[in-house]
Design a protein around this ligand. Sequence first.
Ligand SMILES: C[S@@+](CC[C@H](N)C(=O)[O-])C[C@H]1O[C@@H](n2cnc3c(N)ncnc32)[C@H](O)[C@@H]1O
Ligand code: SF4
Length: 437
Amino acid sequence: MVAPGARARGWAAATKMAQRRRHAEGAKGPRILSPRASRAGALWPYCEKRCSYCNFNKYVPRGVEEAAMRSCLVTEAQTLLGLSGVRRVDSVFFGGGTPSLASPNTVAAVLEAVDRAAHLPADSEVTLEANPTSAPGSRLALASVLYLALSPQSLDDKELQLLGRTHTASDALQTLAEARRLFPGRVSVDLMLGLPAQKSGPWLRQLQELLGYCDDHISLYQLTLERGTALFTQVQRGTLPAPDPEVAAEMYQEGRTVLREAGFRQYEVSNFARNGALSTHNWTYWQCGQYLGVGPGAHGRFVPQGAGGHTREARIQTLEPDNWMKEVTLFGHGTRKRVPLGELELLEEVLAMGLRTDVGITHQHWQRFASQLSLWDVFGSSQEVKALLVQGLLLLDHRGLRCSWEGLAVLDSLLLTLLPRLQEAWLQSAPSPGQGG
Ligand SMILES: C[S@@+](CC[C@H](N)C(=O)[O-])C[C@H]1O[C@@H](n2cnc3c(N)ncnc32)[C@H](O)[C@@H]1O
Ligand code: SF4
């Protein structure tokens, strides 16, 4: 077991390193915006135990060959940065699995590799997902990390047991207090909702309790019952009740109201921040910016060098860590799948991802992806869209297209109207075969 003091020492060292990096960079003045800027996500695929609800790409190994994994993460980061031609990385997100189980050396090695292959400015956002775990072998000492995404998931010990978590509510709150001391204003927490048999009142009391401890960023995640998980099987067999979607919707609605009253801005469907503590890394996903995915099962979106600067690709790395390591050793990367994204596909992403944010899609942003087809062209004359505007769920004006506060809660149903409208408008605007040169 790692004593709280030991974790604290690790974090303190980490913060000092990060501050030194910032200080060294300070003299260089404002950075120049480059079209070859990107974000990077590094995946650590291992966990101590399988949570009952999770179907992420994660493995519970007998032992981890950390040096080999580290070396492959470094190699793949360098290869993908080289292929992308990216010159600057504005954020690195260590996700998982459980990256807080990786040693500080591994985190530092990946950051150094990114900085060598491209430039990692000192004020870049470096975040690490961390379980509030107290299990043996847990190593939460971190190098150069500036932000921590901590996942209590629940503050009810029975629910935590149901979820198969390795920590209690009190462990989570203790870790949160330590983290806030070391990363003031830079600790995010996750809380799940819509669990089997969960009731709105007790869940809201958990949220209120969390508000007493938390920092400036909260994510609320509604449980998705994923096929292949233990929770899914229990519900299917009838040993647990299926989560009630109406109760979950009520929790979400009341939860976001509580957070609004506590001064949080709901800047995305599941994410809330105050004092400007938005995650700029995740913002890039919702804005369809480019990002590189490093590690087993990582996803990326970037325009490879030599593709004429136009064809953006979705890239997925090999899932299974041993196979991924073999491929990285042989080829320098473990990319399993490359899918060139067509123009319509990209526009669908811009629409569906952009509307997740409170800012929505500005005209300027849309024009970057669709120079021939404005938001007015697509949505301005549709009767169905007009009905959504009249109901106050959607706004289309001089700023662009966005959901209202009410609309954000029912985005999935709005997209059922908006996506077919986009497809129709795009097909009408595309030159028919035989037209043109
Ligand atoms: C995959 S975890 C990685 C972080 C870390 N391993 C942890 O569990 O704390 C990232 C987040 O995904 C969320 N998540 C995973 N599976 C989910 C599911 N089936 N439904 C809703 N949220 C889920 C969890 O809330 C968790 O905070
Ligand atoms: S929720 Fe996190 S800790 Fe649990 S199995 Fe998934 S990745 Fe691992």
